[in-house]
Every structure is written in structure tokens, then in C-alpha cells.
Design a protein around this ligand. Structure first.
Ligand code: C2E
Ligand code: MG
Ligand code: MG
Ligand code: MG
Length: 282
């Protein structure tokens, strides 16, 4: 976090830079310990079929409460994990933990419980780790099949190293997984990748969904993404659905799935399990 003053010595630091560097380093140290000491958990947020209201999957979202009781947000600690390389062990842990939770739900259900689990993959993690073998090992150890998993990638992963990512995506498809493009519409990318890569679902970013009922431009963007997905034979998930009215509107526009506080906030595994099969009326 070094920044040269406009006029002055190149190696001078602004006091706030030093503070940021210290905070970053201490979060990195704490995060390393958190991964070793298993302070991280996954929360599970339902994703519903907009036409029927049934829960089809749960997105697994990392949560971290440190021993002092401080809750850290993923939007703060995931970037630190990416910069420090800790995203590799964190990402492996997320895949293994999600698999174990899903296997537990199946055993409590007395057979496959009927939902998938969606795990986020960061661009840096995809560059540095071999994800398909990691998932393969988790499938072997739990007895789950790959079709119970969705992997969420962002456009930045594709921009960074298209050939490597294509190989990883095909390997993940060969395991039977579903692939979703997360935060679609927010990243800079050449849309040509959409027809070249095996993407099943476009997740419409929350920024287009929030407030769309009062904003014609947002509705136009959402419509455009829905028709693009339809033309390419992909399904769609709208993020950030906070009201019934939004759920109804997106269902009427032909969006396949929905996720957001209207259905549920991210939940502890037990609370998520209790929701399976209940559905939320559309
Ligand atoms: P994301 O993958 O786009 O996840 C959706 C985020 O939107 C989650 O934030 C979720 O809690 C939030 N959200 C869902 N519905 C609503 C809603 O109706 N209203 C509002 N205001 N927010 C809603 P969260 O859990 O804070 O995670 C933030 C981001 O951190 C995620 O965005 C994802 O990019 C990243 N992340 C979280 N867990 C992991 C992980 O295990 N691995 C990686 N690589 N990234 C993760
Ligand atoms: Mg996601
Ligand atoms: Mg998302
Ligand atoms: Mg998002």
C-alpha cells in the first residue's frame, strides 16, 4: 500500500497508508489463524424457483466471527484472502464444508434432500488452485454426486486467464456440476465468452434488481439480460429480491430463479435444512 506523494520523496508514506497497511496485515494474520482454528462458518441462503416458489438450492456464504466476538464481513475479508493467497485454503474449506453439510442434510432427510449447494469461487482461487480435483475429492469423501453442486464464478475470472478457466470449467462440468456467472453485468468483459464457455446460469447482479420497480433503465437492463440468457439457452437468477412485488415482477419477466431477503437471509445450516421442502409462495 505504498503511494508516492505528488511532490516529495518516492518512498514517503502517508500516515493513513501506514494505518491501512497495518490493518491489512493484522487482518491477514487473524484470518490465517481463523482458517487454522476453524473460526469460519458457512451461512446458507435459499435460491427459489420463481414460478413455483420452491427452494432449489442454497448459496453457501462465508462468515467469520473472531475469538473477540467481532464479526467480519466477506466483502472485507475475501479481498484480504485474495491478496494474501489465503483464498486457496479458504476456498478448499468452503467446498469441503458445503459438501459435508449437504451430506448431513441428505442423511437427516433419509436420502437426497432435493436441493443443490452453490459455492463461490474467486478469480484468484481459480488461477492458483485446481478446483475440479478439490471438488472431486469432496465428492469421494461424502458420496455426493457432482450434480448437487453449483459453482459461482465472476467475469473477472474469465478475463484474467481465459484458457485456464475454460479448462477448469469443462472439468467441473464433467463432474456434473452447474456453473453460474455471478454478479453478471458488473464486470468488464467481452461477451463472446458466453457462447464459448459452458455456463448454465446468469446471476443478475443485485444492483440492477434493487430499485428496478422505480427505474426504467434498470428494468431495461434486466430484460436485456433475460433475453440474452434465453437466446443462449441459459437460466437466470435474480439477486437481491427484497419484496414480493419484485419476485412477482421478475417471475412475470421470465426470470428462472430468485434469491434475496424476501425469501430468507443467509441462515445457519440447521435453519436452512428446516426450510427445505417448505417453499415460499410466488
Ligand atoms: P455474492 O456471491 O454475490 O453473494 C450475494 C451477497 O448478497 C451476499 O452477501 C448476500 O448476503 C447478499 N444478499 C443476498 N440477498 C440480499 C438482499 O435481498 N439484499 C441485500 N442487500 N443483500 C443480499 P455476503 O454474504 O456479504 O457476501 C458478499 C460477497 O462475498 C459474495 O457476493 C461473494 O462474492 C463473496 N463471498 C462470500 N463467501 C464467499 C466464499 O466462500 N468464497 C468466495 N470466493 N467469495 C465469497
Ligand atoms: Mg455468489
Ligand atoms: Mg452474486
Ligand atoms: Mg452480488
Amino acid at each position: 500500500v505504498k503511494r508516492a506523494k505528488a511532490s516529495g520523496h518516492a518512498e514517503s508514506y502517508l500516515p493513513q497508508d501506514l494505518a491501512i497497511a497495518r490493518a491489512q496485515f493484522s487482518m491477514e494474520t487473524a484470518l490465517r489463524r481463523a482458517i487454522e482454528n476453524r473460526e469460519l462458518r458457512l451461512a446458507y441462503q435459499p435460491i427459489c424457483d420463481l414460478a413455483t416458489g420452491r427452494i432449489v438450492s442454497f448459496e453457501a456464504l462465508a462468515r467469520w466471527t473472531d475469538p473477540q466476538g467481532n464479526v467480519h464481513c466477506p466483502t472485507d475479508f475475501i479481498p484480504v484472502a485474495e491478496e494474501s493467497g489465503l483464498i486457496v485454503p479458504l476456498g478448499r474449506w468452503a467446498i469441503e464444508e458445503a459438501a459435508q453439510t449437504l451430506a448431513l442434510w441428505d442423511s437427516r432427510h433419509g436420502g437426497p434432500c432435493g436441493v443443490k449447494v452453490a459455492v463461490n469461487l474467486s478469480a484468484i482461487q481459480l488461477q492458483r488452485d485446481a478446483i475440479a480435483p478439490v471438488l472431486g475429492a469432496a465428492l469421494d469423501s461424502t458420496g455426493l454426486t457432482g450434480d448437487r453442486f453449483t459453482l459461482e464464478l465472476t467475469e473477472s475470472a474469465i478475463v484474467s486467464d481465459p484458457d485456464r478457466i475454460a479448462g477448469t470449467m469443462h472439468a467441473l462440468k464433467a463432474l456434473g456440476t452447474t456453473l453460474a456467472m455471478d454478479d453478471f453485468g458488473t464486470g468488464y468483459s467481452n461477451l463472446a465468452y458466453l457462447q464459448k464457455l459452458p455456463i448454465d446460469i446468469l446471476k443478475i447482479d443485485r444492483s440492477f434488481v434493487t430499485g428496478m420497480l422505480a427505474d426504467r433503465d434498470k428494468v431495461s437492463i434486466v430484460r436485456a439480460i433475460l433475453s440474452l440468457a434465453q437466446a443462449l439457452g441459459m437460466k437466470t437468477t435474480a439477486e437481491g429480491i427484497e419484496t414480493n412485488e419484485l419476485a412477482q415482477t421478475l417471475a412475470a419477466l421470465g426470470c428462472t430463479y430468485g434469491q434475496g431477503y424476501f425469501y430468507a437471509k443467509p441462515l445457519e445450516a440447521d435453519a436452512a435444512f428446516a426450510m427445505i421442502g417448505t417453499g415460499v409462495s410466488a
